[in-house]
Ligand binder design. Structure first.
Ligand code: MN
Length: 415
């Protein structure tokens, strides 16, 4: 049996905190409903002390979205905690998520507190939160840069005070995978009663390692992963929900973990977030980028037409993405051009194909991408124009009858 990993989605809190990603309460509710449908276990809906609108959004989500746990953030201050208690009050299952930095750098430079004061504030906050809800998460901000002996003391103390989830964030994206796996193993081994709580990872992508670090943390026993749709979040962002979930799905052989996520709703969720924030993902973004399932190079297109498994480890339809994989460009071969012509209902003879291909490659040199209307226009101009003069060089195409044997709308070879 695969170990279940809880997906704690913080798109509406850490994600929304990033420049350019702020959302209105009504938009947050739409996204929260989508996250519910997607199947996440916990939705972090906001940081109520940050603004009245944030508090109101948390409250409305708590009222409206009933299946997942609704969490909200609070520093280890009484005012923050009171707001948090109030905001999650309508929830079917509410969680207070309280945090304080534990690294000496943050304690000295930012909080101007001693370690002992930090420890005391953490215990007080968790005790207070526990008086109002049975589900309390404690985060040690900048945990991966904290002194490990002190961190163990803090974790032990907050477990004793009633915390039920212990999150150890890599707040600044500093850790490496080996390090963070050992880090979780060490803390879990050293802290008494650590088997009575859930450990959680929260990784940032400053070195592009957020997902790798999250997977390594899971291997170290962190069975809650904090992540966001499209990997949005402070600075370079958080670990991307879609990448973590699909890594588990595609690589069950070495990552035997399961989540409650319905992968077919991954792309629609990404698309909704893009639409509401107006911030698109990069074309080559894993899983949800425009090019994630697109192939332009002739040698790849040839392989794809024969068996899509040659160049795809998962199917676009498994993540609910549109599949239009053969992008025509200057790297495409004749088979791909012929295939697109067929899809457009144009029956192109072998003699015409050479001329159509030549003309399309001229367009591709100028404009990078060939559109369907280019194909239609070129076919009709070839039909009304003079006969071909010479055959263009196509280094990738190999003689094959594959294209004509294909189903017109797909490339399915029993993937
Ligand atoms: Mn964060």
């Amino acid at each position: 049996m695969a170990q279940h990993v809880r997906i704690f989605d913080t798109t509406l809190r850490d994600g929304e905190q990033a420049p350019g990603f702020s959302l209105r309460p009504a938009e947050k509710i739409l996204l929260a409903r989508q996250l519910d449908a997607l199947g996440v276990d916990i939705i972090e809906a906001g940081f109520p002390i940050a603004s009245p609108a944030d508090a109101e959004a948390v409250r409305q989500i708590a009222q409206d979205v009933r299946r997942p746990i609704i969490a909200c953030l609070a520093r280890c201050h009484r005012a923050d905690l009171e707001k948090a208690v109030e905001a999650i009050q309508p929830a079917e299952r509410g969680r207070i998520h309280t945090f304080i930095a534990t690294s000496d750098l943050h304690l000295q430079a930012k909080l101007r507190m001693t370690r002992e004061q930090c420890l005391e504030a953490a215990i007080d906050a968790v005790r207070y939160a526990r008086q109002h809800t049975s589900d309390v998460q404690f985060s040690a901000e900048d945990a991966t840069r904290s002194d490990v002996d002190f961190l163990c003391r803090v974790v032990e103390a907050v477990i004793k005070a009633g915390a039920t989830t212990i999150n150890l964030p890599d707040t600044v994206g500093y850790a490496t995978p080996d390090e963070i796996r050992d880090f979780f193993t060490t803390i879990r081994t050293r802290v008494p009663h650590s088997d009575e709580v859930v450990f959680s990872t929260h990784c940032h992508d400053d070195l592009g390692l957020a997902v790798a670090n999250s997977l390594a943390a899971v291997q170290g026993g962190a069975y809650q992963v904090e992540c966001t749709v499209n990997g949005i979040g402070e600075r370079a962002g958080n670990a991307s929900l879609e990448e973590i979930v699909m890594a588990f799905t595609v690589r069950q052989d070495c990552l035997p973990y399961s989540t409650g996520v319905d992968t077919r709703l991954i792309y629609p969720s990404s698309e909704m977030l893009t639409r509401l924030t107006g911030e698109s993902v990069q074309a080559n973004k894993a899983i949800v980028g425009r090019n994630a399932f697109a192939h332009e190079a002739g040698i790849h297109q040839d392989g794809m037409m024969k068996d899509r498994r040659t160049y795809e480890i998962m199917r676009a339809e498994d993540v609910g993405a549109p599949w239009n994989p053969l992008v025509l460009g200057k790297h495409s071969g004749r088979h791909a051009v012929q295939h697109r012509c067929r899809e457009l209902g144009l029956q192109v003879e072998a003699g015409e194909l050479i001329e159509v291909y030549r003309a399309l490659m001229v367009i591709a040199d100028e404009r990078k991408i060939i559109t369907d209307s280019d194909v239609t226009a070129v076919v009709s101009s070839v039909r009304s124009g003079p006969s071909p003069r010479h055959e263009p060089v196509d280094p990738f195409d190999t003689p094959s009858t594959t294209v004509s044997a294909m189903h017109p709308s797909g490339y399915g070879h029993g993937v």
